[in-house]
Design a protein around this ligand. Structure first.
Ligand code: F7E
Length: 319
């Protein structure tokens, strides 16, 4: 049976991808990496159907042993330090986890001479400073990263390109724009606002919702559409290539907040919280996904309103 390995299976996208593979690729064995301190709540419901392997990506020996034991046919490399604000507080850790972690993975694949396809979770943050005439953003747009996180993803992206060119490692780079849905980490804006609304509805917190920069524009895709794209990337994508995964629609964070508020009866006051502002924030992300659509037929299917409703209901069931 072919084997799919998901680094970061205990996380947001990783757990959705595991679910998608189990439901749609019945002939595939699903493996995932975890660290001793990983929280398992996102995968508890599927843990009998997946194989979990302990692995610290920062440690070459740990990665080597994991790759030798699993020998995957497909790797979805989703594990990362993925929160932009954390990357200003911990830039070195962000670079080590994201870039050195990926080098360790690549080197182990080469050492054990695996003929596997590797999807790399790159990011729209790599585009960073985007000018008005450059949207919707295509893959050949200049990369002008605006945070240590974004730089770490540029590094992952170019390492993917370089290992393909140098060694023929079958890497496929996906530059995914913002994505959300149930299980989104509560630090990220959609989830943070949805959780605050759910807490206000339950009377756990006063009716004041704290916000950062509401003028930023983001292109949101449902995580369930994104993980379907990750499978199509390894199935139909061209090794060495890079693809945008986006919805092709952009909203200000304020518009997104208003959509969430319209799903609630609660009377809520919006209050700026200066600690939520960033040293530099990407002003606009709006992706062109034509290249990926032409290669794989993928397009997003779940309307943003449905995604936000599912996210709010997720928090309503948890607070
Ligand atoms: C593609 C990319 O997508 C994500 O990165 P992100 O765009 O930084 O995501 P976020 O949800 O933290 O912020 C979105 C926007 O919302 C603004 N914003 C306003 N008020 C709050 C607020 O209260 N909290 C947060 N977190 N953001 C706020 C904030 O300033 C920013 O403009 C990651 O998955 C990343 O891994 C990735 O690759």
């Amino acid at each position: 049976m072919p084997k799919a390995l998901i680094t970061g299976i205990t996380g947001f996208a990783g757990s959705h991808l595991a679910e998608w593979l189990l439901a749609n690729k019945k002939d595939m064995e699903v493996y995932g990496t975890y660290r001793l301190r990983s929280r398992m709540d996102h995968i508890k419901h599927i843990q009998d159907d997946i194989h979990m392997v302990e692995c610290e990506l920062k440690d070459p020996r740990s990665v080597d042993e994991m790759i030798k034991a699993v020998k995957p046919d497909y790797i979805f490399h989703l594990a990362a330090q993925s929160f932009v604000p954390t990357s200003w507080n911990a830039p070195a850790e962000t670079l080590i986890v994201n870039q050195i972690g990926q080098v360790n993975l690549f080197e182990a694949i080469l050492k054990h001479q695996l003929d596997c396809t590797v999807q790399i979770a790159c990011s729209s943050e790599e585009y960073g400073q985007v000018y008005a005439h450059e949207v919707p953003i295509k893959e050949d747009n200049p990369l002008r990263p605006l945070s240590p996180y974004a730089v770490s993803k540029v590094g992952q992206d170019y390492l993917g390109y370089q290992y393909y060119q140098s060694y023929g490692l079958k890497t496929i780079r996906t530059r995914t724009f913002n994505h959300t849905g149930p299980r989104r980490g509560e630090a990220f804006v959609t989830s943070n606002f949805a959780k605050q609304i759910a807490e206000i509805e339950k009377g756990i917190k006063p009716p004041v919702l704290y916000v950062g920069n509401l003028q930023a524009k983001r292109d949101f895709t449902d995580v369930r559409d994104v993980v379907r794209a990750y499978w199509l990337a390894v199935e139909k994508g061209v090794p060495g290539e890079v693809y945008n995964i986006a919805s092709g629609v952009t909203y200000t964070i304020e518009e997104m907040l208003n959509k969430l508020l319209s799903l609630s009866q609660a009377a809520i006051t919006i209050t700026p919280d200066p600690s939520r502002m960033r040293p530099s924030d990407v002003e606009i992300l709006l992706g062109n996904y034509d290249k990926f659509h032409q290669q794989t037929g993928w397009k997003p299917e779940i309307p943003f309103e449905q995604t936000l409703k599912d996210l709010l209901d997720y928090w309503r069931a948890r607070v």
